[in-house]
Design a binder for this molecule. Structure first.
Ligand code: ADP
Ligand code: MG
Length: 296
């Protein structure tokens, strides 16, 4: 492992050392659970999730992706890999957590959400308990869990946002994407003013444009919502992204030297040089909160 990976692992484990996971397992390691979302669709969430996962994995972290864009199953399309099982097989206790984790490139794993967590509402208590302890196992297996959602503002997506420890909010310079991103920040601020929200501006024409948009969102959120956004970075419009999507290969593998790949690597570094949130509760906390939002 190189020096950078060592440093990142220390940062990740630093948060683990400070916290209990209450599983009674004796180990207190927890994963950093980050929901990737947006107000408007088509802004680049799935591409960012996948390539960020690869960038973090390259830096020595164990990464899993949960595809929570139900029905659209974006992650497998962009990987060009069809998962054998989905979360539903775990919910119905037909497969275990190891069987439903599909191998992606470069050591990352992904978990397909299937037709949705609404299924959880219908399961009996015994299966539910098993399901929660299986999901809690992800804390032991991974350092980071990225959750790719559909576009925001629905009750479903809001539940994923509020259940995760942190949010990664993607916008483009399009005015509709910016106003929808702000609407989402507003909804989060009504529920939790302390939820860490990281902003990424994607498909910008210039660094200046990206920075202006991120700054505006920060200023407005601070002024009207008293909520501090964190500027995580930007990705300029890059033809390599569209080309890579067509051949179902992540852009950072399709062309590791492209501008988008360099930007995502910078974003990965910035994300993991942040001091992790004091409120972090990992996969176990995430699933407990999610279930309570779904009324289970
Ligand atoms: N930085 C970028 N440069 C050029 N095209 C991009 C960029 N990011 C995303 N795209 C294109 O935008 C489209 C939507 O991306 P996707 O990741 O599926 O968005 P979402 O998950 O938010 O719906 C894709 O077809 C992709 O090719
Ligand atoms: Mg998507």
């Amino acid at each position: 492992m190189n020096d950078q990976a060592e440093m990142l692992r220390k940062i990740v484990n630093m948060k683990s050392d400070n916290r209990q996971d209450n599983t009674g397992s004796g180990s207190d390691k927890i994963a950093r659970v980050i929901t990737v979302t947006s107000g408007k669709g088509g802004v680049g969430k799935t591409n960012i999730t996948i390539n960020l996962a690869l960038a973090l994995s390259k830096k020595g972290l164990k990464v899993a992706i949960l595809d929570a864009d139900f029905g659209l199953a974006n992650i497998d399309v962009l990987f060009g890999i069809i998962p054998k099982y989905t979360l539903l097989d775990l919910i119905h206790d037909e497969k275990n957590i190891f069987e439903i984790l599909t191998d992606g490139p470069d050591n990352i794993k992904f978990l397909s959400g299937g037709s949705g967590v609404e299924e959880l509402i219908r399961i009996d208590r015994k299966k539910l308990r098993k399901f929660v302890s299986s999901i809690s196992l992800l804390d032991k297996l991974f350092d980071v869990i990225l959750i790719d959602t559909g576009a925001g503002l629905s009750q479903n997506v809001m539940s994923f946002i509020m259940a995760a420890d942190e949010v990664l909010l993607v916008t483009t310079p399009e005015p509709t994407a910016i106003t929808d991103a702000y609407a989402l920040v507003k909804m989060v601020s009504r529920r939790d003013k302390k939820k860490p929200i990281n902003i990424i501006v994607n498909k910008a024409d210039s660094v200046r444009e990206a920075e202006e948009i991120a700054n505006k969102l920060c200023v407005v959120s601070q002024k009207f919502l008293s909520l501090r956004l964190l500027k995580l970075g930007y990705i300029l419009y890059d033809d390599n992204v569209t080309k890579s999507v067509k051949i179902q290969r992540p852009f950072s593998l399709y062309n590791p030297k492209c501008q988008a790949a360099k930007s995502i690597s910078d974003i990965a570094l910035k994300l993991f040089s942040q001091k992790p949130s004091e409120e972090m509760s990992g996969a176990k906390g995430f699933i407990s909160r999610l279930l309570s939002y779904f009324g289970v």
